[in-house]
Design a protein around this ligand. Structure first.
Ligand code: AMP
Ligand code: MG
Length: 282
């Protein structure tokens, strides 16, 4: 089995060039069917580990998803959550900020959504938009956004120091694949609702977005909160890689079920007494 945690992790200090990364990559599997068994194994383990994290109630996991339109953020969330118990999971999608949010610093709305202990939270977009869309469209001056890489690293470090693990995925598709997914949205009546005017206007900024992503990922992939670049033209491969990396990450937390808060032998006696009572009643 290939180690995708190693392969796709952006090491701290390295410089990312997205056009050198093959979005069509599919590892050692030819297609979805041949990856199925491996995929199911990861999903099962993912469920077990999330249950353990919830039970332990000491640390949390924040999964940040970033990508261009139609790259599969929604599909990835659906896939990851299907393996977990919804009770211990939250998903937050970040849209253009409201007036109230704009009246605060850009991390204000983000910090409120970070996971409590025991929980997994997935961000569909995040504070990274504040160095992506905000930079590409000049929504704030360069002096403002250019300071944010350090601010983001400091913010994430503070979360990590307080028991929130952070893992960040960039879902990498190429321009051709995006257009073919836009076509599916046009052709499939069940997907028409996903179409937005901005799909095409944003596509015109493709190169600027690639540049903004390269800088964000290069500057903010840290040992504490690493970025992973996932080749995502093949949805099944994207799911396989993401789930394998999540399993590896959760395995590294060294979690343990908490000791029971009661004396198990005393409770066992109570159980047997109750059982005897039931027999008498019959
Ligand atoms: P979607 O994810 O398709 O629902 O779209 C959400 C939209 O909100 C995208 O166009 C994002 O670029 C935009 N958005 C998210 N965060 C910000 C932000 N901080 N500033 C401006 N626009 C944002
Ligand atoms: Mg969209």
């Amino acid at each position: 089995m290939l180690n995708y945690s190693k392969k796709f992790r952006v090491e701290q200090g390295s410089k990312v060039k997205l056009d050198q990364i093959d979005a069509n990559y599919k590892g050692e599997h030819e297609d979805k069917d041949s990856a199925q068994a491996e995929q199911e194994k990861h999903e099962q383990r993912l469920g077990e580990l999330q249950y353990l994290m919830y039970a332990e109630n000491k640390q949390s996991l924040l999964i940040i998803l970033q990508a261009l339109d139609a790259a599969g953020k929604d599909g990835t969330i659906n896939h990851v959550l299907a393996a977990m118990n919804p009770q211990g999971c939250r998903v937050y999608g970040f849209k253009a900020p409201s007036a109230e949010e704009l009246a605060h610093d850009y991390l204000w709305r983000i910090h409120q959504a970070t996971p409590r202990k025991g929980y997994v939270t997935i961000f569909n977009r995040s504070h990274y938009e504040d160095v992506l869309v905000v930079r590409v469209h000049d929504l704030v001056p360069k002096e403002v956004w250019s300071k944010r890489y350090d601010e983001i690293n400091n913010f994430e470090k503070e979360l990590v120091d307080n028991s929130t693990h952070i893992i960040k995925f960039y879902l990498h598709i190429d321009k051709e694949e995006q257009l073919s997914r836009f076509k599916q949205r046009l052709d499939d009546p069940k997907r028409n609702w996903k179409i937005s005017e901005s799909d095409y206007t944003e596509r015109e900024y493709w190169d600027q977005y690639q540049k903004a992503y390269e800088e964000a990922i290069s500057k903010c992939s840290t040992n504490d909160a690493p970025w992973y670049i996932i080749p995502s033209n093949h949805k099944w491969f994207r799911n396989l890689a993401v789930s394998q990396i999540l399993v590896d990450t959760l395995e590294s937390f060294n979690m343990k079920f908490p000791a029971p808060t009661v004396n198990i032998e005393d409770i066992r006696k109570k159980y047997h007494a109750a059982k005897e009572e039931m027999k008498k009643d019959k």
